[in-house]
Design a binder for this molecule. Structure first.
Ligand code: NAG
Ligand code: NAG
Ligand code: NAG
Length: 367
């Protein structure tokens, strides 16, 4: 038995030395915690503190241009005991990074504060100055009860290697209503068994964007003012499967519920997206939109069989979607033969105009 363990350890060490940094996120790194309590009150304290089973974080300011990186021991418990502020600088970020296996991050209701508007220029990640992404999460375990305040551009980038529950998290970019752009709250990629629950989000882009992953649940969350809950945008070699979007409230977003894929991609697919009990109100452009012609610069109106979308179900509890006047209730644009098994039996729509459905037969819904 001992021998087996040693050779496994050697094998994984060998994998680690040859892995690229992107692959490292997927390799579970096992690090035994020391029985100590580490305290972090500046970046200088981090290296010693993260060896401990318990890590307490006091209020402090992370200097501009530095990442606050928590590379935790297995099973570590982190207690945020004050607000963290981040200095302002034009760079790519991330401002914060957390890695670890079966960790617990207790936010204690505190704030991670990027201190407002210094880099907002209405161009987001499409132009203007380079803006740092805020919080990269590569951990498994639980993270709860804190606020991400005023990210310059995208908020959370989540790539969890195993089960992770993120609950009671607030992402508040209300101060960016005029100049904030691409302030996605949760960007999800290479995720596995992820639940986001009871999140409260005010922003100017996707509330949630699911780009790549398997087993993703978004539930009991409220999205205000952004672009809605999205799967995508999907490009080549990205797979999204087994998504549950449940009991969320989507208030005054451009879109309510959306699936967006790029035209002419290879090796990508979306399968098994289940919507139940969601309520979207005041959708400004579309209530439900599923499009295979997405680009960041705007829809092309042209589709090819590139990213098949299968198993899109509005079933279970009623999904209620109401759109503003001038908006469309349902818009679906598929390439012929590229969308299948759409069942909208528990979708109720109202307001605006009906919209259109192209190249897919949708069970139990008519425009
Ligand atoms: C967040 O933590 C604070 C401080 O411990 C606590 O008072 C509050 O109830 C917590 N909120 C949630 C939703 O857990
Ligand atoms: C997708 O994966 C294939 C096979 O690994 C690779 O040849 C191709 O370059 C990838 N495409 C993109 C856009 O990453
Ligand atoms: C729908 O399918 C038809 C037949 O293949 C195709 O000609 C048309 O371009 C498709 N519509 C769109 C918008 O892709």
């Amino acid at each position: 038995m001992k021998f087996v363990l040693v050779s496994l350890a050697l094998a994984s060490a060998a994998t680690l030395t040859t892995a690229t940094s992107h692959e490292l996120a997927r390799v579970p790194v096992h690090r035994q915690a020391k029985r100590c309590t580490g305290t972090i009150a500046s970046l200088d304290d981090v290296a010693a503190a993260v060896k401990c089973a318990t890590v307490n974080i006091k209020s402090f300011t992370v200097p501009a241009g530095k990442t606050f990186e928590l590379d935790l021991a297995d099973g570590a418990v982190v207690n945020l005991q004050g607000d963290i502020t981040f200095g302002s600088k034009s760079w790519a970020g991330p401002l914060m990074l957390i890695q670890g296996k079966d960790i617990r991050f207790n936010g204690g209701g505190h704030k991670l504060d990027r201190q407002g508007a210094k880099l907002w220029d209405a161009l987001g990640s499409n132009g203007g100055v380079t803006k740092p992404k805020f919080f990269k999460v590569k951990a498994s375990g639980v993270m709860d009860n804190f606020t991400l305040l005023n990210q310059p551009v995208q908020g959370f980038s989540v790539s969890n290697p195993a089960k992770l529950v993120m609950s009671n998290i607030v992402v508040d970019v209300r101060a960016g209503a005029k100049l904030g752009h691409n302030t996605d709250a949760f960007d999800i990629s290479a995720a596995k068994d992820l639940t986001i629950t009871k999140a409260t989000i005010y922003n100017q882009d996707d509330c949630v964007a699911i780009n790549d992953g398997d087993g993703i649940t978004i539930q009991d969350s409220t999205c205000t003012g952004g672009h809605g809950i999205s799967v995508g945008s999907i490009k080549s070699n990205k797979t999204v499967r087994n998504v549950l979007i449940k009991n969320n409230r989507i208030i005054d977003n451009d879109n309510g519920l959306r699936i967006k894929t790029y035209d002419a991609q290879t090796g990508a697919s979306v399968s098994g997206v289940h919507y139940t009990g969601n309520v979207a109100t005041g959708c400004k452009k579309y209530g439900v939109i599923i499009q295979q012609d997405y680009t960041n610069e705007g829809a092309t109106g042209k589709t090819t069989v590139g990213v098949p979308i299968s198993g899109v179900h509005f079933t279970g509890d009623t999904n209620t979607v109401s759109v503003a006047s001038g908006a469309k209730r349902v818009y679906i644009l598929c390439a012929k033969g590229s969308c299948s098994d759409f069942d909208f039996s528990n979708l109720k729509t109202s307001g605006g105009s009906a919209g259109s459905i192209t190249n897919v037969s949708v069970k139990n819904y008519s425009l």
